[in-house]
Design a protein around this ligand. Structure first.
Ligand code: GLV
Ligand code: MG
Length: 359
């Protein structure tokens, strides 16, 4: 056991001081790009400012023969794109490294931290199984940060994509002060759990409940309701992250053409407590930016409750509905998120500024 007094000491001599809080930086869409794909990489500089996070992917979806090119491409892009990454830029720079049991990961970490560690905000670690995986990355990052002379620690994000990872979710979230958040990895998770869906995220028409038969017409049509395969896992992620002051995210939605179902899945995650999602195609950025922000109507209602609740205690009736200390807290979640987003998104700021609050 480690003493709580040691938790915020650097894990290597000369490494930066660990953070005591994870900043709430907007990260509605984490847009994945393959740095070894020249066409994709060329588009990165012009995307800065239009998406909250750009993520250079080194893991799955990058061919084994391209792993080194992807790593080198990410270093080059980070160095050449002045506004990308670091604490003050409009778009954060994240990476997804290769899995901890792969032959590439040691070079991923060594190269990225020493070459572009000052620009990298978050490192996403795939296929995390337990706290021991985070401890390994934590110590190694501290050693590399000390070597690179970095002044702020790079944060760590774990993908939840193994059954063991789900079983160990709370200890993963609390394994290091670097832990920034969790993403759902529905494809790997489905395979690891031996689920019988071959889709990347999203629902499945076979996962449903059916209304009872009409006793007088047992053969009549019975309405079915499709259920969300990912509800349980997302809800567990949200609780574990909230408990540790870190952030939960939906993951990939593979059916790029189905923008309607994608929006529904993103919205379910937003309503349950997620702060953002992955984007695999530019059209998913627009969906995520819209969905992971409170609507003007939400903000109108939230501000009304805040105004009506005065010192924040007691109960009031608004439009026939009871509001009290607890519903005020729900409204403050919305208002705070709107303020954070308005600070970086002029269109949202204008929409929220235009909201008029009637008594
Ligand atoms: C993402 O990495 C997934 O496996 O779904
Ligand atoms: Mg995966």
């Amino acid at each position: 056991m480690r003493s709580s007094k040691d938790f915020f000491r650097p894990l290597a001599v000369g490494a930066p001081q660990p953070v005591t809080e994870i900043p709430a930086r907007p990260s509605r869409a984490i847009h994945f790009f393959d740095p070894s794909n020249e066409k994709m990489a060329a588009k990165v500089p012009q995307m800065v400012g239009s998406v909250d996070v750009l993520l250079g992917n080194l893991e799955d979806a990058v061919k084994a023969d391209n792993k080194e090119a992807a790593r080198a491409g990410l270093v080059r892009i980070a160095k050449e794109t002045a506004e990308l990454g670091g604490q003050s830029g409009p778009t954060q720079l994240w990476t997804r490294i290769n899995a901890l049991d792969s032959p590439w990961v040691l070079d991923d970490l060594t190269t990225l931290v020493t070459e572009i560690g000052d620009k990298l905000d978050v490192i996403m670690v795939p296929k995390v199984q337990g706290a021991e995986d985070i401890h390994y990355v934590d110590r190694l990052l501290a050693q590399l940060e000390a070597r690179a002379g970095l002044e702020r620690p790079i944060l760590v994000h774990a993908i939840l994509e193994t059954a063991r990872g789900v079983a160990n979710i709370e200890e993963i979230c609390g394994a290091s002060p670097r832990m920034q958040g969790l993403s759902l990895g529905p494809a790997d998770l489905a395979a690891d759990r031996r689920m019988k869906t071959t889709r990347v995220g999203g629902g499945h028409p076979g996962y449903l409940v059916r209304s009872d038969p009409d006793p007088d017409q047992p053969d009549a049509h019975r309405t079915t309701y499709q259920q969300d395969l990912w509800h349980y896992t997302i809800a567990r992620m949200v609780d574990a992250c909230a408990m540790h002051g870190i952030y939960p995210y939906y993951g990939p939605f593979g059916d790029i053409a189905d923008v309607v179902a994608c929006e529904d899945q993103f919205r379910n995650a937003f309503l349950l407590g997620c702060v953002g999602t992955w984007s695999l195609h530019p059209k998913q950025i627009e969906i995520a930016n819209r969905v992971f922000a409170p609507s003007a109507d939400d903000i109108r209602h939230a501000r009304r409750v805040v105004a009506a609740m005065g010192d924040g205690t007691g109960a009031v009736m608004l439009d026939g509905k009871m509001e009290d200390d607890a519903s005020l807290k729900q409204c403050l979640v919305m208002v705070e998120l709107a303020e954070q987003l308005a600070a970086i998104d002029p269109k949202l700021k204008a929409a929220y500024d235009a909201v008029e609050v009637s008594a």
